[in-house]
Design a protein around this ligand. Sequence first.
Ligand SMILES: [Fe+2]
Ligand SMILES: [Fe+2]
Length: 228
Amino acid sequence: MALYAIGDTHLSLGGSKPMDVFGGAWKGYVEKLEEGFAPVQPEDTVVLCGDLSWGMSLQESREDFALLSQLPGKKILLKGNHDYWWTTASKMERFFREEGFDNLEILHNNSYVYGEYALCGTRGWFFEEEMKGADQKVLNRELIRLETSLKAAGDRRILCFLHYPPCYQGYRCEPILQLLEQYGVERCYYGHLHGASHRLAIQGKQGAVDYRLISADYLNFKPEKIYD
Ligand SMILES: [Fe+2]
Ligand SMILES: [Fe+2]
């Protein structure tokens, strides 16, 4: 039983935004993703850290979820800034059950037990949100979601998964970093950064927390093994 993480699959199987047009690492990315999942076993868990499908609704994303479901392992999904299909947890869970996507779960205001660890997380916050005009209220909502998830960990050791990097060259989201420290998070995995932005990622220990970038193009579409 192993634990993996990868973000930013950016699938568009039933839509018109395949990422292959960007070339480079994205050329043939669906096949690369399928190959990247080859070591994953059905009893393993893979946390998918947002920007999963370009679909605008659950229905539009159906083929993307079908692919994610066919890939081995239980997948725990969290929201990215491009996941417009995201709706209430109960609607998403009902859709997955009705479609037979039984190995897809939602990480939202909750946490999952993995051995001695709790898997916590939420979308997070990044300076791009401020540039888009998102305000303090949106940040506060994310902080509440993150803390609700961290509280759900109880006494367990915590691994945290975010879509947005909470720190980046020249940027620190202090309220999120503080929560991670306060709850004793051991490691924090994040996605969102692509291409040339990879080099601006902050990785390794900052304070007591160890940060790792796990966006799909950074990992060459091979989920990162976190725990055996
Ligand atoms: Fe993103
Ligand atoms: Fe992304």
